[in-house]
Design a protein around this ligand. Sequence first.
Ligand code: ACM
Length: 504
Amino acid sequence: MGRYPIIPWPRAIDARDGAFALGAGLQIALVDGGNSDVRRLGDLLARYLRELAGINAEIGDGGAIRMGLRSDAPAGTESYALDVATERIGLTARDPRGLFYGIQTLRQLVAASPKAVPAVRIEDAPRFPYRGLHLDVGRHFFPVEFIKRYIDLLATFKLNTFHWHLTEDQGWRLEIKRYPKLTETGAWRKETIVGHARRGPKGYDGTRHGGFYTQDQARDVVAYAKERGVTVLPEIEMPGHSLAALAAYPEFANVPGPFEVRTTWGISDEVFSPSEATFTFLENVLREVMDIFPSEYIHIGGDEAPKKRWKESPDAQAIIKKEKLADEDGLQSWFIRRIERFLNANGRRVIGWDEILEGGLAPNATVMSWRGTKGGIAAAKQGHDVVMAPQEDLYFDHYQADPEHEPLAIGGMTPIEDTYRYEPIAAELTADEAKHVLGPQACMWTEYMPTTDQVEYMAYPRVLALAEIAWSPREARDWDSFQKRLPAALALLDRLGVKYRKPS
Ligand code: ACM
């Protein structure tokens, strides 16, 4: 194991004696080199060899490294076989995504041992089809260059979904051409609370904060992610966490307004009204979102939507009566069902936070379980697909060590070992129910992460533990082994300039 410091650990690995010497004159032969993905991935491998081993490998027929797509490679779009022998290296997959992962594995071996890659035979495939990392760009805006770096890093560790949390009370971050005020007004807040919002706030900073992604930038991010096997899952929050949108378009609120983009953290009472005008607005927004993001899923939020305004609103109450709904939870369920009908009719699936269970789940919805695992378990038992993101183990905005010695965070305590020990398939699930668990996701809420350095500090190295629970076979999970492999991964992060937290 010491010779093969790979994270996440592969499905099947056969240690071999000897090593492949990396030196001058090395060539990379491409099987199916006419395929533009294969060519691009050959160039990527050459770049890694240059960066890590200082050699200029050329693409050429006589290559001691042979890589390409083959129908006899391990089954599955993300699978690959990597064969390192003393005289040659072979990498095969059925799909460019598998090749990309094989290259990442080889990259880790070269990084740890840049002169002589230890011989090995690896056949690898992921445990879960969904392996997600989220980023909240609503609470703090991060430039598009950082979004790409974040995606590149998560893909390095074989995660395949970037959940882009694009709208919040504190900022709307995506250009919507039909509603320009969403970004003219909604992307900017006049200032930001200083200190912890619930424990000793220290006033406001008096500094305008904001920003947004143009549609061209978002498309560029989607294409960049795709080259790394990553799906971008966009989230447009409804009915709650929508104050920035309501500051721009108060006509979609339940009370007259005006509203300001929120300057503190926590939950706002203002939510979208369940009016026809609101649905027209949201459908128009979602049309533009679908045009940018080709993902099977659209995330519609659904979390933390207080029912106070709907309780007080004669219009909302009239809908409850007319539609024979039980209460305001029923109204939220009706709201989400309507949006689901619209998205399904456009060929997309809905995913939402576990609050969408309240008042009854929309018929085809997938649940993202964050308030522990109960929501995910309940949804899987109802035959719905689920993504497991329980805050106790997978919220990386939590402290990762003693708060006394850590930068201010929202709270909680999720050391990397807790993440590592989290098992996405709850013991309560039968084998059939367990099939509905698509995989785990970690969340990065950024109230207390004002800088990109702080984002990296909170994400890494915990993302490495997430990667292993998402990719590696359950039987292979071994904390001692992981700890032995961690220093090599951290050395790679050092080379990449990642501002991770050094384990104590
Ligand atoms: C959430 O943390 N409100 C999904």
